[in-house]
Design a protein around this ligand. Sequence first.
Ligand code: CA
Length: 358
Amino acid sequence: MGAGALGVTACAQSDNDSAQACADSQTYNWKMVTTWPPNFPGLGTHAQKLADYIQTASNGRIKIRLFAGGELVPPFEVFGAVSQGMAEMGHGAAYYWKGKSEAAQFFTALPFGLSAPELNGWFYYGGGLELYRELYAPFNLVPFPAGNTGVQMGGWFNKEINSLADLEGLKMRIPGLGGEVLARAGGTPVATPGSEIFTALQTGAIDASEWVGPYNDMAIGLHQAARYYYYPGWQEPGPALEAIFNKDAFDSLPPDLQKIVELACSAVNDQMFAEYVARNGQSLEQLLELEAEGEIEIRKFPDEVLIELRRISDEVVQEIVNRDPAAEKIYASFEAYRKRTAKWTAISEQAMLNVRDL
Ligand code: CA
């Protein structure tokens, strides 16, 4: 309150120096709500890092108190809470908000869509960020990309997947568009919160579950609940996490603080991806040891399964585009970028990675 009162006094002065002093001394006490369990590795820890970066870089002018999922609002009410100003900011993933707008899913991941570096190219240099802002503006929200897990794993299975027929009746935890695709392939997708996956898989309530990748999957013990670990994670090839800001709160910041917020989001976007690359490698080493001991098996999905899932994915996405004008506009940009970028990826990253270990 003291700082605020001083700010008001300074603001009452009419000269420019005092107006600047007012802006410099104004402090903001913000709340951040997230969709993650407290301190969840990678996702929750980077939400905290985002708060810390903004607070430190602003020299304490913005103070942020983080609330894990359920502490202030339930995980899937983050969007509404920030939209209404109950909290000034939130951290989560856009595809959780498909009930508000189906088009939001394009800003997290589409099955067989973009890798993390490709998606960032679309956001920052391909028109994606402008479309993201436009989609969220009617909700009084300003979104920023703020993290990426990189390509995920296909998931943990207690049944072998040797052909399309093995998807028939498969009960699997797989949210979002991936779940819709599985359903059309004959499976039964279920939406199990991360905290309940281990028990559901271990007790046989579900046959399979995707979550993230070795780092996060081992953190919840999935390697002890299923035998087969399939790749690749066709359902989430490079999903983006997001930071969302209440537009009134964001607009109330002076330009230097707005820039700090923007740069902190960008830093977290890069660093989360870097962490996943490094930690997935470490965790995979442990999984390979378990595989050598005969405890688990790491397998690639058969090509015929991946090709059919890709065909169905195109069908599911096309239906969304046909019924939602916002999705149609965003998809036109996304798809033009994907086609163009895929040609470059093919002769750069893809070609290099294919020959690296020859
Ligand atoms: Ca996932």
